[in-house]
Design a protein. Structure first.
Length: 403
């Protein structure tokens, strides 16, 4: 089977996903096309250089609808003979795009792909696609659906995480992200967003709140307490599924949950022959990929079983992994991962995560793969694992190995 190598990773800075965010006037199409142009220019790609562009985005309506991937190719400087495929695996869409591209190369379906994703959460609101899992009673009742924040609070209750635990992780995410930016750890992958005159719109993640203190976080009200305890009473729905719980501890709030932001990310993946043809040096091999379905009510525990699956499939153990990226959708997700595998926190999300810098849904999976590779190189480590929890109960993971 052909090896699939990562040749380049690129991402935009993440802008606040609201009207006063720096990227609010930039469309999903424009941001995607800019990133595709950057990958093309950085790697001197000419003609029909890649087999396909696989692009994740979650809320596929309005400007993010209509096969945004193909629209982005046409809006970019890429050859029009390159097609485009838009995919949606919720929060893992960007990772699934990378994994799908890698597995197509491994199977002989093309020599190279650009994969990644975009989400402009300030322009196309999360949930505006009317997903059946949330709005169709026949499915919501069958699955004991609760909003993700309630699911995160169920994890905290089930596995014994306190608000202080979650806030401590959040503070550390802010500290690590600020240090990473200060030391230029993201420089290799960041593509500044420019306007049509070439002036910089955004060159740095703007959601970060490095000055946040424990007292600041302690003063925030639990974000999901009201929807859990009052009408429609999602806590009661959850406890129908988990009758051993007498109550749900609502520990998550805006400060220890992922930020709503705008952003895009891309990964250039190719075979050995592709790299030789373009004079490119591979940075890492995509060693294994995995996805799994999990309980749709607690919803966000997927990183644990999918990590177990990918380790078994790859013949590796948890001790073989040098560094981990576990998406900080909510603090309890990362706390549960570290608890399950007894992983040293110093090896998890070394440069902070989505709590500090935000979670542009369709892009995050590709972002954390790029961040993981950059950090493996910085520390001169070899093997890294990236994983995400996924809405409606799924998990995805990717293992990369430097070459």
């Amino acid at each position: 089977m052909t090896d699939a190598f990562i040749y380049d990773t690129a991402r935009t800075p993440r802008g606040k996903g609201r009207p006063d965010g720096s990227l609010h006037e930039v469309t999903s199409l424009a941001l995607s096309a800019r990133l595709l142009n950057a990958v093309k220019a950085r790697n001197n790609l000419e003609g029909h250089a890649v087999e396909d562009v696989i692009w994740g985005n979650v809320t596929q309506v309005k400007e993010q609808g209509g096969c945004l991937a193909r629209s982005a190719v046409l809006a970019s400087d890429l050859d029009e003979r390159i097609p485009g495929l838009s995919i949606n695996r919720f929060c893992a869409s960007g990772m699934e795009a990378v994994n799908l591209a890698a597995n197509q190369i491994k199977g002989g379906a093309g020599q190279a792909y650009i994969a990644g994703g975009v989400e402009m959460m300030g322009r196309v609101a999360m949930g505006s696609d009317g997903a059946a899992i949330a709005v169709d009673p026949s499915l919501a009742m069958k699955t004991y659906f609760v909003p993700q924040g309630i699911s995160a609070d169920i994890i905290a209750t089930e596995y014994g995480f306190t608000r202080e635990d979650a806030d401590a992780l959040a503070l550390e995410s802010q500290r690590r992200a600020a240090q990473a930016w200060k030391e230029g750890r993201f420089d290799k992958s960041i593509v500044p967003v420019l306007d049509q005159n070439g002036l910089t719109i955004l060159a740095r993640d703007e959601y970060m709140r490095a000055a946040t203190t424990a007292e600041d976080l302690a003063g925030l009200r639990a974000a999901f307490k009201d929807m859990g305890e009052t009408m429609p009473g999602f806590d009661k729905v959850a406890m129908l599924k988990y009758p051993h719980l007498s109550h749900i501890d609502h520990i998550h709030h805006a400060g220890n949950s992922s930020g709503i932001v705008d952003g895009a990310a891309a990964v250039l993946i190719g075979s050995k022959e592709f790299g030789e043809a373009y004079g490119l040096k591979p940075r890492a091999r995509i060693r294994a990929t995995a996805k799994i379905g999990t309980d749709p009510t607690i919803m966000l525990t997927g990183p644990v079983p999918v990590t177990e699956k990918i380790l078994k499939d790859s013949g590796l153990s948890i001790g073989d992994i040098d560094l981990f990226e576990v998406n900080e959708a909510f603090a309890a997700v990362v706390l549960r991962f570290m608890q399950a595998f007894q992983v040293d926190p110093a090896r998890v999300n070394v440069n902070g995560g989505a709590i500090a810098m935000g979670h542009p849904l369709g892009a995050t999976g590709a972002i954390i793969i790029g961040t993981l590779l950059d950090e493996l190189e910085r520390q001169d480590k070899t093997i890294g694992l990236a994983t995400l929890c996924i809405a409606s109960g799924m998990g995805a993971a990717t293992i990369i190995e430097r070459v």
